[in-house]
Design a binder for this molecule. Structure first.
Ligand code: SF4
Length: 304
């Protein structure tokens, strides 16, 4: 499987406190990609044997021609993955049509009630919309070909409620099969607000056995992302997403030295960006595999 990460959108209707893309959205929101550009690249990459595409980067579903793009992409026999905040699934016709073409959907949920939605996204009505429209439409129109993931970004305001969040996801009957729990990453907006959002990973470590047990009992595949393997305890190192990382080809907006805004191909063979090992890593059996260590910026706030 050759996978393409395609950053097709530079607009978003949410306002998440941990957004790793905020600055980039501000920078490129007035340089949107056209559907013709995207179609041309998809045809070209298909000839290079790419057969899996992830449409993302924030928020792909609110682009007016998104459904047309899904249909076109499916005709090229791509497996389609969409990473979304689910906004457009509140509309019944959109949900009905989109779920015919999408193979994998990553549902971002970092909250479990009205208050926590507001804290994480600054949206007043999203919890009601989610319960009364989004989840109902998805349950009504999901097909046997849809595979649902859920992505939870941890930060100071929600890591202690991780079990409530996972149980809430399970309670919506969307039939999520895999939960990805991501540590806050010091990128873009979250790089500026990192001091506000960072939390002690050794505090979080205490919750891991309960998370693993609950996910196993409920047939949920579990992955931890951007967490040092030793935080997962000896017993659970295999739940590290680093173990399952695959090389990536990303297409995204980029500004050249002479200030031209272009599309650029980026190849990422690993995910060790902005991370470092520390003294105790020297004798660690996971140092080269699967661990990709700790964020350098984390060490400015907590010991590791
Ligand atoms: S390499 Fe370092 S950060 Fe990674 S698991 Fe070992 S001790 Fe922890």
């Amino acid at each position: 499987m050759k996978r393409l990460e395609f950053h097709i959108s530079y607009i978003c209707n949410h306002n998440c406190i941990f957004c790793s893309e905020y600055d980039r959205l501000q920078k490129y929101r007035t340089s949107p990609l056209t559907i013709l550009q995207i179609k041309t690249i998809l045809v070209d990459r298909r000839k290079q044997w790419f057969n899996h595409v992830n449409f993302t980067w924030w928020e792909p579903t609110i682009i007016s021609w998104f459904l047309e793009l899904l249909k076109f992409t499916k005709k090229l026999w791509y497996k389609i993955y969409v990473w979304t905040n689910w906004t457009m699934f509140a509309w019944e016709n959109f949900a009905k049509e989109a779920l015919k073409y999408i193979d994998e959907l990553s549902l971002s949920i970092h909250w479990y009630d009205e208050e926590t939605v507001k804290k994480q996204t600054w949206l007043k009505n999203h919890f009601d919309i989610y319960k009364n429209y989004i989840s109902k439409n998805i349950i009504k129109y999901k097909t046997n070909n849809n595979f649902f993931f859920s992505n939870i970004v941890l930060n100071k305001y929600n890591y202690q409620n991780i079990m409530e969040i996972i149980k809430f996801i399970k309670s919506t009957y969307i039939d999520v099969k895999q939960i990805l729990i991501s540590n806050i990453a010091p990128e873009w907006l979250a790089d500026h607000t990192f001091s506000e959002l960072v939390f002690d990973l050794y505090e979080f470590k205490k919750y891991i056995p309960e998370i693993v047990n609950y996910c196993n009992e409920n047939s949920l595949t579990l992955r931890f992302f951007w967490l040092p393997t030793c935080i997962l305890w000896e017993l659970y190192y295999d739940y590290s997403n680093d173990e399952h990382w695959e090389e990536r080809h990303t297409i995204e907006r980029f500004t050249t030295k002479d200030w031209k805004i272009v599309l650029k191909d980026i190849y990422s063979p690993d995910n060790s960006r902005k991370r470092t090992f520390v003294e105790m890593c020297n004798d660690c059996k996971w140092k080269t595999n699967p661990c990709t260590w700790i964020f350098r910026k984390y060490l400015e706030y907590y010991k590791f």
